[in-house]
Write a protein that binds this ligand. Structure first.
Ligand code: GDP
Length: 295
C-alpha cells in the first residue's frame, strides 16, 4: 500500500537510482545525489552519512556491488530499523491505554484520530474517543462523525469547555465502560506557545489522576518540511512525545522528513497517513518505506 501511494509521487528514490546508474560516479554525481537528499528534507548530517556510507561501500565492493541494493541498505539504516514502533494502546492491569493526539491544527490530527480508532476497532479493541479540541466546534463535530462512521462513542463538551475536563471525562467513560483504549484529540493553536504548553501539560496531568497516558502521538504534515521540525521541537517541549504520525505523505516529495524528524526528537515514526480516506493510515516500517521510495 505504501508502495502504491508513494510510487509516482516521490521523486527521491527514482532520482537517486538514476544518478547511481550513471557509468562513472564522479564528484558532480555525488553532489547531485546530496542535493536530491537535501531537497527531500533528509537533513544535512544524515545526507552526509548516507553519501559517505554509499561511497565507501561502492569503493570496497567495487564492480561487484549493486548500487540499488547498496542504496536500499544505506537508506534503511538511515531510517533506523531498530527503533520500537509498536503503539502502546493498552494499559497495565486491564486499565485502558490512553493515546493523546497532539499537533498543529490542519496537520490531520482529527482525521488520524478517526482512522486510528478504525484500525483498533478492526482489531477487536473497544475504543472511546475524547474531543478535547474544544476551541473549534467543527473539530468536535468532525470527530463525532468519525465516531459514527467507526461505531465508537465520542465524549465531548460544549464549545469553550476546559479541554482537560473533556479529556478527564473521556478517560472516566473509558474506565467505566472497560474499554481497551481511549484516544484523546487535542487542540493545536501554535500561535500561543506558552498557552499550548500549559494546556497540554494540564490535559496529561488531569488524565493521569485516573490512569497513565500510554502514548503521545505527535501528528506532523509531511508537506510542511522544515516547519514540521520546528513544530516537533515546540510540542516535545510541552509534552513527552512517544511517537510520530507523518500525514500527507501521499502528496509529498519530502519523504526525507521521516529521517530528519526522528533524529530531531529521538522518537520513531509509528504511523503514516497516505490519503484522506478511512483506510489511509498505515503502520510505518523502514523496509516498506524504502522499498516504496525505490519503486
Ligand atoms: P486537524 O486540524 O489537525 O485535526 O486536521 P484534519 O484532521 O481536519 O485534517 C486536515 C485536512 O487534511 C483534511 O482535509 C484531511 O482530510 C486532510 N488529511 C489528513 N490526513 C491526510 C493524509 O494522510 N493525506 C492527505 N492527502 N490528506 C490528509
Amino acid at each position: 500500500r505504501l508502495r502504491q501511494r508513494l510510487a509516482g509521487s516521490n521523486a527521491l528514490g527514482r532520482g537517486l537510482l538514476n544518478l547511481l546508474s550513471t557509468d562513472r560516479l564522479d564528484e558532480d554525481t555525488w553532489e547531485a545525489i546530496e542535493d536530491l537528499l537535501l531537497t527531500a528534507d533528509v537533513g544535512v548530517a544524515p545526507t552526509q552519512e548516507l553519501v559517505e556510507g554509499l561511497r565507501t561501500r561502492l569503493r570496497v565492493e567495487g564492480g561487484k556491488a549493486s548500487p540499488k541494493a547498496a542504496l536500499r541498505e544505506e537508506l534503511i539504516k538511515l531510517v533506523d530499523p531498530d527503533m520500537d514502533r509498536r503503539l502502546q494502546v493498552s494499559g497495565a492491569d486491564g486499565a485502558p491505554g490512553v493515546v493523546l493526539m497532539v499537533g498543529v491544527n490542519g496537520t490531520g490530527k482529527t482525521t488520524t484520530t478517526g482512522k486510528l480508532a478504525r484500525i483498533l476497532v478492526s482489531e477487536d479493541h473497544k475504543v472511546v474517543l475524547g474531543a478535547a479540541d474544544t476551541f473549534r466546534a467543527a473539530a468536535a463535530e468532525q470527530l463525532t462523525t468519525w465516531g459514527e462512521r467507526v461505531g465508537v462513542e465520542v465524549v465531548r463538551g460544549p464549545e469553550g469547555t476546559d479541554p482537560a475536563s473533556v479529556a478527564f471525562d473521556a478517560v472516566k467513560e473509558g474506565l467505566d465502560k472497560g474499554v481497551d483504549t481511549v484516544i484523546v484529540d487535542t487542540a493545536g493553536r501554535l500561535q500561543n506557545k506558552a498557552g499550548l504548553m500549559d494546556e497540554l501539560g494540564k490535559v496529561k496531568r488531569v488524565i493521569e489522576k485516573q490512569t497513565p497516558v500510554t502514548e503521545v502521538l505527535l501528528v506532523l504534515d509531511a508537506t510542511t518540511g522544515q516547519n514540521g521540525l520546528i513544530q516537533a521541537r515546540v510540542f516535545s517541549e510541552a509534552v513527552a512525545v512517544t511517537g510520530i504520525v507523518l500525514t500527507k505523505l501521499d502528496g509529498s516529495a519530502k519523504g526525507g522528513i521521516v529521517v530528519a524528524v526522528q533524529r530531531e526528537l529521538g522518537v520513531p515514526v509509528k504511523l503514516v497517513g497516505l490519503g484522506e480516506g478511512p483506510d489511509d493510515l498505515t503502520p510505518f516500517t523502514p523496509e516498506a518505506f524504502v522499498d516504496a521510495l525505490l519503486g
